[in-house]
Design a protein around this ligand. Structure first.
Ligand code: HEC
Ligand code: HEC
Ligand code: HEC
Ligand code: HEC
Length: 86
């Protein structure tokens, strides 16, 4: 099956039928990313967004210089370790 484009409001469970682990993480470890559709970030199938495209550089310049990769601390956009709610 070849998927290229889909609307931004494509229900996440449709993506989850193939991408089970990302879907399950977003569902079971609720963060603000859980409220977004998969397609809000992955606007085209296979596209990987940069955190900065939505968040800019939210921390101090020194921190970003020392840790250029957001995921050094934030680990996984589908399963953020911070701000996790029940
Ligand atoms: C029918 C199964 C299927 C569905 C439904 C599906 N995908 Fe995929 N997806 C795949 C397969 C297979 C790959 C890897 C091969 C490829 O790139 O086509 C993939 C690749 C990806 C990748 C890139 C993974 C990487 O390692 O770089 C992302 C991101 C992604 N899909 C997101 C989504 C999102 C978001 C949706 C829902 C809007 C979705 N997919 C729906 C099967 C699916
Ligand atoms: C807040 C934005 C965001 C949302 C929402 C999101 N993703 Fe992702 N996704 C990303 C980023 C960023 C990466 C790259 C992670 C990395 O570099 O390790 C990624 C990577 C992926 C990959 C590649 C494999 C991997 O884990 O690196 C797949 C498949 C994927 N996402 C599927 C999904 C599906 C399915 C959903 C919805 C259930 C979803 N994503 C929701 C941002 C998002
Ligand atoms: C398509 C836009 C988009 C992308 C890409 C994106 N985010 Fe977000 N992120 C959001 C939105 C929207 C929120 C909720 C913001 C709010 O309510 O203030 C959020 C919230 C967060 C939060 C707070 C979580 C919480 O539950 O309080 C963190 C941390 C975060 N993002 C980190 C990242 C990281 C790291 C990446 C890259 C791996 C990333 N985001 C990629 C849109 C995005
Ligand atoms: C050295 C570790 C570290 C790095 C690197 C890092 N962050 Fe963070 N970030 C944190 C911590 C810790 C928090 C939680 C602060 C809190 O709970 O108020 C946070 C919180 C956030 C939040 C939520 C802010 C809010 O108001 O709730 C966002 C969004 C975010 N980071 C985005 C990013 C992005 C984008 C990058 C990369 C450009 C990045 N972070 C790199 C440690 C880091």
């Amino acid at each position: 099956m070849k998927i290229k484009k889909y609307p931004e409001n494509t229900p996440s469970n449709i993506c989850g039928s193939c991408h089970k682990s990302e879907y399950k993480k977003l569902q079971t470890n609720h963060t603000k990313h859980s409220e977004l559709h998969c397609a809000t970030c992955h606007v085209v199938h296979g596209f990987i967004p940069k955190c900065q495209s939505c968040h800019g550089l939210p921390h101090s310049a020194g921190l970003h210089k020392k840790f250029p990769n957001c995921l050094a601390c934030h680990k996984d956009p589908h399963n953020l370790p911070m701000n996790r709610k029940k």
